[in-house]
Design a protein around this ligand. Structure first.
Ligand SMILES: Cc1ncc(COP(=O)(O)O)c(C=O)c1O
Length: 358
């Protein structure tokens, strides 16, 4: 019934989404611990009316209009998606035939692997160097049909300077460079300015993280008009509902709310990084709303399970390169205090176990 490549591929595994009645502290999928702008529920109420019998605007007009104002990018250079995952899916479908190559540094967002498998594309993986430095020169030389940089990267939280990404865009000489900026609102700079000088750059944003709207599914792509025109050909006609469009417009009209929550998350992040290092973890400085805690030489699956028993969910990736790590989303200070209390004894006994065996 199915294409052999689909039968063969592994499905994407999202982080655990517990049931509504399970009382867990959820630090596994990088959601925002604070609620969305109060303008959001008002917009939902206002949009829940008789007009729902009509299809929504195919080009997401009201949402795109707001994005254009907020980010200073012309409307025809913006495409709205049902989350940035949908935009990634459109990009893969529009650019990659069977056997075409897609390149990205690893480890990174694992959905890229899934989307490549669907297209039967060849993945060129470029492992990060020490301290999560992106091998930019090698990526530039590879000149894959599609190159993706997740910046800040997940799960490391590390950031590649935007100037260096400009150099990569140039080296790719007309091949597409996607910069996935899902977490960029928590970082010190962003790549929007590259659109001025590079016609092969696509910048992806989401409202799932900084705008606290993971449940609503809203994403944005910024690129030159010719790129947007091609992506539109593979878009579902009505990919965002009327409610989603109203919510997106409302959230973007209240950036001060988002920035205040981002500042709170960044303050908590600094405190968490410090505490984790004191416990003996290696923590690369994060520019995102999560941190990667590593214990080189250890397998941290036991710690992840121990935290689960203490009703705290973190993300453990069963990949060889990440066995020594857990990724922890930044929650409220109270949630992080519960995490620390549960984690401290687990980290101590993990370290003691190696000292004994050494
Ligand atoms: C790097 C990265 N890109 C994109 C996404 C998808 O975001 P959205 O909720 O907008 O689909 C995520 C979600 O976790 C992510 O980590």
């Amino acid at each position: 019934m199915f294409r052999p490549s689909i039968k063969k591929m592994e499905p994407y595994t999202p982080g655990e989404q517990p049931g509504a009645r399970e009382r867990l502290i959820k630090l596994n999928t990088n959601e925002n611990p604070y609620p969305p702008s109060p303008k959001v529920p008002r917009a939902i109420t206002a949009a829940a009316n008789e007009a729902l019998r009509l299809y929504p605007a195919p080009r997401a007009d009201m949402f795109v209009e707001r994005a254009s104002k907020l980010y200073g990018v012309p409307r025809e250079m913006i495409l709205a998606g049902n989350g940035s995952d949908e935009l990634l899916s459109m990009i893969f479908r529009a650019t990659l035939d069977r056997g075409d190559s897609v390149a990205y540094p690893t480890p990174t967002y694992s959905l890229y692997d899934t989307l490549a498998a669907i297209q039967e594309a060849k993945v060129l993986r470029f492992p990060f160097g020490p301290d999560f430095v992106v091998p930019l020169a090698a990526l530039g030389r590879a000149r894959a049909r599609l190159t993706i940089i997740c910046n800040p990267n997940s799960p490391s939280g590390s950031m590649t300077p935007v100037r260096a990404l400009g150099g990569l865009a140039r080296a790719l000489r007309g091949r597409l460079l996607v910069i996935d900026e899902a977490y960029v609102d928590f970082a010190d700079e962003n790549a929007l300015r590259l659109l001025k000088s590079h016609r092969n750059v696509v910048i992806l944003r989401t409202l799932s993280k900084a705008f606290s709207l993971a449940g609503m599914r809203l994403g944005l792509a910024f690129a030159h008009r010719e790129v947007i025109e091609e992506l539109l050909k593979v878009k579902d006609s009505y990919n965002l509902s009327r409610i989603a469009l109203a919510v997106g417009a409302a959230a973007l009209s209240d950036p001060a709310w988002m920035r205040r929550n981002v500042e709170r998350v960044k303050r908590t992040r600094a405190m968490v990084e410090k505490r984790l290092r004191k416990m003996g973890f290696e923590v690369p400085p994060s520019q995102a709303n999560f941190v990667l805690a590593r214990m080189p030489g250890h397998d941290l699956s036991g710690i992840a399970r121990g935290l689960r028993r203490a009703r705290v969910l973190v993300r453990y990736f069963s990949l060889p390169s990440l066995r020594d790590a857990i990724r922890i989303s930044i929650g409220t200070p109270a949630e992080m205090a519960v995490l620390m209390r549960a984690l401290e004894p687990l980290a101590r006994s993990e370290l003691a176990a190696t000292r004994r065996s050494a």
